[in-house]
Design a protein around this ligand. Sequence first.
Ligand code: ADP
Ligand code: MG
Length: 704
Amino acid sequence: MSNPNVSEPVNSLYGSNVFSDAVMRERLPKDVYKSIKRTIDQGAALDPCIANTVANAMKDWAIEKGATHFCHWFQPMTGVTAEKHDAFISPTMDGRTIMEFSGKELTQGEPDASSFPSGGLRATFEARGYTAWDCTSPVFVKENGDSISLYIPSAFCSYTSEALDKKTPLLRSMDALNKQAMRVLKALGNTTSNRVIATLGPEQEYFLVDAEFVKDRMDLILCGRTLFGAAPPKGQEMEDHYFGSIHERVASYMTELNEELWKLGVSAKTQHNEVAPAQYELAPIFATVNVATDHNQLTMETMQKVAIRHGFVCLLHEKPFAGVNGSGKHNNWSMVTDDGINLLEPGSTPHDNEQFLIMVCAIVRAVDKFAPLLRSSVATSGNDHRLGANEAPPAIVSVFLGDQLTDIFEQIANGGATSSKTGGKLKLGVSTLPQLPKDCTDRNRTSPFAFTGNKFEFRMVGSTQSTSGPNFILNSIVADVLCEIADALDKASDVSAKAQEILARIAKEHARVIFNGDNYTAEWAAEAEKRGLPNVRNSVDALDAMIDEDVARLFAQHGVLSKGELHARHEILLERYCKEINIEGLATIAIAKRQILPAAIDFSGAIANTINAVKAAGASSKAQSKVLADTCALIDELQVGIVKLEEAVEKSAAVDDIPKQARAYRDNVISAMGAVRKAADALEMIVDADMWPLPTYAEMLFLR
Ligand code: ADP
Ligand code: MG
């Protein structure tokens, strides 16, 4: 059946703009196809001799799709993607042109790197940067208005071959994880698998707000979140939005969004209303972490682009509105072999599934041992509003294993696991309803790192973040523990006994990181402190974990980042924090001074005139005088707040050491912004609604 509002049946639409495996098989000579497949599937080195042939086939295909240009598409440390387009044209002597695209143009680009963050890896005068084709993520054609280009997913590095992007460390970490996981599998007797691939299915949360309101909110335009806004009479307390029926206008948006994503081969699968009013979610089907990360970038971009066509603005910020839930990105992660074994699939008797238990225990150890590093991977100024704010996981890293696995974990610690709890059947008490098999374990929505049946779900990731950072870190820490385990197994005469010993040691040593209860409670924070689990409450402190000596050892040992690259990243992230808070501070000042203060002053003037008129008419003006006094007191408070914020921003901007500057913004600017907002939000509750210059929370959250 086809939907008349969708331009093509889904199966012909899906992947239609992707230079996919099927297209390659059809268009490339057999030996060239085989060669590139070896690189994609087995990680063999890319054969430079095939580049011209592949480039030519891509060009012909892209031109048939209407493309005039190609671009290397890469992910600098800005968190968004970058592209520079070149036309296929190549003028001939007789004044005409032919369309050309060489193997060199496919494999290598040379964008000027001087305007991208490098964290001091290169000086601005050293402008050379290189992009290199990543053939493991498919090339695609993208329509953008009337322009159509061929997009080549690429890595980005400096003249001295240091990574300047988000893709390079992710690819390196996938290699590291593959290498160490394969060592463990081989030691445990696996003879069929050749590769272990990290997989990712990122669930993306977002808000949609009518564009008419956004144009009057400089805070949303510049910062992606509201810096002002009194709480509306209704928030999310009715619990009627989550999974609610989808508003028609939003449903149309989702339909077009899916269509655009499907064309790009992005497997958008699930859509629903989220907890907060005006909040939604999209989840794709999982892919390799590299492809899933590229696809998540395309998803975020397409969400924003399609929103505009529907008169919406799509907000990806972690906390667009105070007082209602913020947005995260649930990072579903697993390891799958090339012959299709999900290494986190417990099977029906997990207690005797040695391979599964080793993998789970390795992950538990990695998460506990490197908790501060994992916490740093989600440290952004936006995510600070979310983590620990009683709606998202707390800033304490713990692992949810669920009843069945926790039981096995405890059995292992006490000498060996001999049984697995089973789920049984659900009884609904109505004969006409089907009997449902019950999962062995309930879910836990509050855990930052939860086992969810056959994968782990890392829930601390912020909605705006590239999934590269959290996943290259996850891959690396798990690779590091698997390396330890492989070293021990390789030396052992009795591998099975050694494996049991390792499991028992991990189960005892890392029991402290397992927590199956409600992570939102104050009791858990107190308990976690007793257990010695770190609770790092803000991004500036969290980022310190990146410059730890053992972290530098970890990344260097597994070839993911050199110490120089790591420290550069630390600096870039701190600098980004400073810039974001600086922009928020300046926007707060501008809106408070030029919109809110004038409106409040006008309002007070109008009441003052009324009081005079009422008095002249001989009536009592007691009520009016009270309103005027309250208004004037708040105007004073706002004015004082603005002056203090101006000072705080100015002083913080003048600090020239980046770590110190980040602390200055965190300690002085954020609180000063809060004071301005408090006075302004109180004024919103007094000032005549017709005079208030900003669209309200009620309008933005509830009107579609
Ligand atoms: P939830 O109920 O938590 O929303 P779902 O079962 O809908 O969970 O899956 C959420 C995400 O997890 C989807 O993107 C899905 O593709 C992904 N996922 C499922 N299996 C794996 C796996 N083996 N590796 C990585 N991600 C996976
Ligand atoms: Mg989920």
